[in-house]
Design a protein around this ligand. Structure first.
Ligand code: UGB
Length: 431
């Protein structure tokens, strides 16, 4: 089969017909036919080479994923204004995944205390983008600008660091979800591996280099059976590709810390829930299905043992994130070179009191005043782990992290928000 180039440039040039105007003078044509043909060929070749090269760089930078919704004077002004610090000793933070669940809450908390915040989000459709847009509207009403862009877009990242000398990056952009990794494995590589490297490259080259706090996951403990999970426990048995990419992230950030002097703090979040949460998570989809009278699947482990999670309320997670930013220490590199050792830290951020999934459902039933249609099924082999339980002593001593919201209280707040956001037509208001 001929290649595209062979089709465009057949080996017998005579086959390639150039349309000529009838008004052309035959004599003139005969004299200049060979010169003009060569000239046209040369022009054509130059144009083709140029478009091929620009297409290559487009593909190389992964730009096929990007929307061109950044840049321009107005955009730069919005970025600058949003990043302005309004307290002494404050920080300017780039929050990736800014329109995400945790990103929104962290951004609001930072802004509230006078820090400068710029969000960054690609608004992908892993779950309903209208929820992300509603979060963006909320952020906007608090003076926080969210840039629409992908962390793989290195040109855009470079531009952001040109405009603002961010002191910190709160990196929360990721492909989340444990079970979805079997459906769309490449999206995890794209965001959690390639995107992470692209972001670290931008941070490494930035002058000054920012300190980085980023979201790892409790899922890195995988098949670890020692409870509660401590940071020093083994994390080399991931049960899902999601977990494997988060574990890889911990190794990748370590190399950037080691080679370039970037200050790194990785946070292992334990099943975070709350208002403005992620619709793909169990507590959220259970609520929707219970209100709509649809059945819910409750997974059970081996020997019909209930699964359990160390569900952690969003406000507690936000405190852990801010504590991490405040204690992160400085990156030491400049001009892409390390000038001395920089902090590398990993912390569990959990609640320390696991609750079983059936108990979670009972709490929801009470607040929703509706019985769930429970269907108990054996846990499919899709990356799930039977339980999680955080040991948080390290975060407590280093960050002053102290979770204060139990599942009952947190779910009550979530249900209130859910009903106010989606309306009361799906169920009765919570007391
Ligand atoms: O801590 C993390 O690092 C991860 O937390 C979250 O993962 P998980 O702890 O798996 O939360 P989630 O899906 O809410 O399932 C909760 C429970 O409900 C069970 N579950 C789930 C679905 C269902 O239909 N039925 C069911 O029983 C299920 O078996 C499980 O026992 C984040 O999604 C993930 O992005 C990551 O951040």
């Amino acid at each position: 089969m001929p290649s595209l180039e062979e089709e465009l440039f057949p080996s017998t040039p005579g086959k390639f017909k150039i349309d000529r105007s009838h008004s052309m003078n035959r004599q003139f044509h005969r004299c200049f036919a060979s010169t003009s043909t060569m000239f046209l060929w040369a022009l054509f070749l130059i144009a083709l080479t140029a478009s091929y090269l620009s297409f290559q760089s487009f593909v190389d930078s992964g730009s096929k994923y990007f929307t061109a919704s950044w840049g321009g004077l107005q955009w730069e002004k919005q970025v600058r204004v949003s990043s302005q610090i309004r307290r002494s000793g404050g920080m300017s933070v780039l929050v990736t995944g800014g329109a995400g669940f945790v990103g929104t809450h962290v951004s609001l908390a930072l802004k509230r205390r006078g820090d400068g915040v710029v969000g960054l989000d690609n608004f992908n459709n892993y779950y309903d983008p209208s929820l992300k847009k509603a979060r963006r509207a909320l952020l906007d009403s608090h003076g926080i600008f969210v840039v629409e862009g992908d962390i793989n877009d290195s040109r855009m990242l470079e531009k952001l660091f040109d405009i603002v000398a961010f002191t910190h990056v709160m990196h929360l952009a990721a492909q989340a979800g444990v079970r979805y990794a079997m459906e769309n494995p490449n999206s995890y590589v794209h965001s959690n591996i390639a995107g992470l490297v692209s972001l670290l490259e931008a941070c490494k080259s930035a002058n000054p280099q920012p300190s980085i706090v980023w979201a790892s996951s409790s899922s890195v403990y995988g098949l670890n059976e020692k409870v509660p999970f401590s940071e020093s426990d083994r994390t080399d048995q991931p049960a899902s590709l999601y977990a494997a990419t988060k574990k890889a992230g911990e190794e990748i950030t370590h190399t950037y810390n080691h080679i370039y002097g970037l200050s790194i703090t990785g946070l292992r979040f334990f099943t975070v829930y709350g208002p403005w949460g992620r619709p793909d998570m169990a507590y959220f989809s259970f609520t929707r299905n219970i209100l709509q009278g649809k059945p819910i699947k409750i997974y059970r482990g081996k020997n019909r043992v209930d699964l359990a999670r160390d569900f952690t309320y969003i406000d507690d997670i936000v405190k852990g994130c801010l504590g991490s930013l405040d204690t992160s220490g400085k990156s030491t590199g400049s001009g892409g070179k390390k000038r001395g050792p920089a902090p590398y830290r990993i912390f569990n951020l959990g609640n320390t009191s696991p609750v079983t999934v059936p108990t979670l459902v009972s709490i929801l039933e009470r607040y929703l005043k509706t019985k769930a249609k429970r269907s108990l099924v054996d846990m499919p082999g899709n990356g799930d782990v039977p339980f999680t339980h955080a040991n948080i002593s390290l975060a407590r001593s280093e960050l002053g992290y102290k979770p204060t919201t139990d599942l009952q209280t947190g779910l009550k707040k979530f249900v209130r928000w859910y009903l106010s956001y989606y309306g009361y037509n799906h169920g009765k208001p919570v007391n």
